[in-house]
Design a protein around this ligand. Structure first.
Ligand code: 4AD
Ligand code: MG
Length: 458
């Protein structure tokens, strides 16, 4: 048996090969039955022509229910019109073996509501769009490790059970830890900061948890984050690393997932533009820009996106209300990012709205050396990063100002006592990055089994 993956059919034209997979769809026309077979690597149209096969095989093919598992053998034929992923190749079926006849499959070609599909997420991931998104996700994760490993970063795993908060106390998941309380990690950053003093450049990459009460298209309660951290690194150097890193991720997806992005209908010309340098905007400038956009919209003027089209997804200009000192909400990011054709950095957020560990500017302590990277086309924040406070006394003061207990952070303060150096790092959210690259509406489809405010099944 010459079993080949559908993705590699191009290399087997004219050969007899075997495909092993599942029936995705079936249509019949007289003596012809067209079986769309998927094997995980792609989808291939398998043509069963009555005179070419035994009666038993034809009967089996003609009645086979969707999602039945099967092994099919035939000759690979190149045909530019053949549908599939990748298209252009068909299988002229010689024999077919049914492994299991599937029961009636709940997900049909008809439209289903998203809650129904989410309840059937264990099956929905077989559908071609979901399959494509999750394959892009795998590429994103591979590209992340590839770039960091090639640039001298050491992967140091960080704990998921942690004694304290790092990204605010309001989004902590509590767990019983014997007679004590522990929290699911919101970030591995604080441990990364220990790691750089041993290894120079480190990263952690894993699931993180936030008890987010927000029901937006950008929030999950469990998401994957990669967090690089670098010793002897200030904010400017950090931004250069981030733009190289993000460019590598996007360009790798363009190269390795052309079929998937085509299936998703993604306008890839927009992703091709993702190359350094990314525009840099201070928070002060961003506030002015947002206020200006709002004024234009309120005056009934048309605000143009980077591609010349009118601004989208701001149903009411009052959504853009903002004054200096406020953190951005989703509408602000949605508006701002449409003005640029590539991701944009916003630096120097108010110290008061950011995490306790961010280094304030010495000459202007009300703003800090922070940077968010906002993805274009309205996608918004995909990276949060900053230079960290490297002085023990200042860090202790900031902990107090945030009302955090000092005891659980004693080890973290220690890091500033034995060879402290300026250092910086960032965290990139995998699902938001995947949603942007795939051009999908909601992060829930960028996770195989998403966890949301009101969903923990399946
Ligand atoms: O901006 P955040 O909160 O930064 C940190 O956690 C830092 N400790 C990272 C660091 O400097 N090492 O989160 C970083 C990124 C966001 O930009 C976003 O992409 C993602 O994590 N993220 C979420 N993704 C999905 N659902 C949520 N609830 C998310 N919260 C953050
Ligand atoms: Mg953030």
């Amino acid at each position: 048996m010459n079993v080949v993956p559908i993705r590699e059919l191009a290399r087997h034209v004219g050969e007899t090969v075997t495909l092993r997979g599942w029936l995705y769809n079936r249509t019949a026309k007289g003596k012809l039955v067209f079986l769309q077979v998927r094997d995980g690597s792609g989808i291939c149209q398998c043509v069963v022509f009555k005179p070419n096969v035994s009666d038993a095989v034809f009967q089996a093919a003609d009645k086979l229910p969707q999602e039945s598992s099967l092994i099919v053998t035939g000759t690979v034929r190149a045909d530019a019109r053949a549908p599939g992923v990748p298209g252009g190749y068909e299988l002229d079926v010689a024999s077919l073996e049914v492994i299991q006849r599937a029961e009636e499959y709940p997900i049909g070609p008809k439209e289903h509501g998203v809650e129904f599909l989410m309840d059937h997420r264990h099956l929905w991931i077989r559908s071609s769009r979901q399959w494509a998104v999750l394959r892009v996700r795998a590429t994103v994760m591979r590209a992340i490790r590839e770039w960091l490993d090639a640039h001298g970063f050491i992967e140091v795993t960080t704990p998921i059970l942690t004694p304290s908060a790092a990204e605010g106390t309001t989004t902590l998941f509590k767990v019983d830890y014997f007679d004590d309380t522990a929290y699911l990690a919101q970030t591995g950053q604080l441990y990364n900061e220990a790691g750089i003093f041993a290894f120079g450049k480190v990263y952690c990459f894993g699931p993180t948890f936030r008890a987010e009460r927000s029901k937006t298209r950008r929030h999950l309660t469990e998401f994957w984050m990669v967090e690089p951290e670098i010793a002897f690194c200030g904010l400017d150097e950090l931004l250069e690393i981030e733009e190289q890193f993000v460019t590598h991720i996007v360009q790798t997806c363009l190269r390795q997932n052309a079929e998937e992005l085509k299936l998703l209908g993604r306008d890839t010309s927009r992703l091709e533009r993702v190359v350094p340098p990314f525009p840099r905007l201070t928070y002060d400038e961003a506030i002015q820009t947002l206020q200006h956009i709002q004024a234009q919209l309120q005056a009934g003027q048309i605000v143009r996106r980077a591609d010349g089209q009118p601004l989208q997804d701001i149903p009411d200009p009052s959504l853009l209300d903002i004054t200096w000192g406020m953190d951005f909400g989703s509408p602000h990011e949605t508006a701002l990012t449409q003005l640029y054709d590539r991701p944009v950095f916003v630096t120097g957020f108010p110290t008061a709205v950011k995490a306790f560990y961010m280094q304030p500017y010495p000459d202007r302590p009300e703003v800090c050396k922070s940077a968010d990277l906002l993805a274009p086309e309205g996608y918004g924040e995909i990276i949060g990063g900053s230079e960290r406070i490297s002085d023990a006394a200042l860090l202790e003061q900031r902990l107090r100002e945030h009302g955090l207990p000092l005891e659980p952070y004693a080890w973290y303060l220690d890091l500033r006592r034995y060879g402290s150096v300026p250092h910086s790092g960032f965290g990139l959210g995998v699902e938001r990055t995947v949603a942007w690259i795939c051009g999908i509406e909601h992060v829930r489809e960028a996770s195989p089994f998403p966890r949301l405010l009101n969903r923990i099944y399946p």
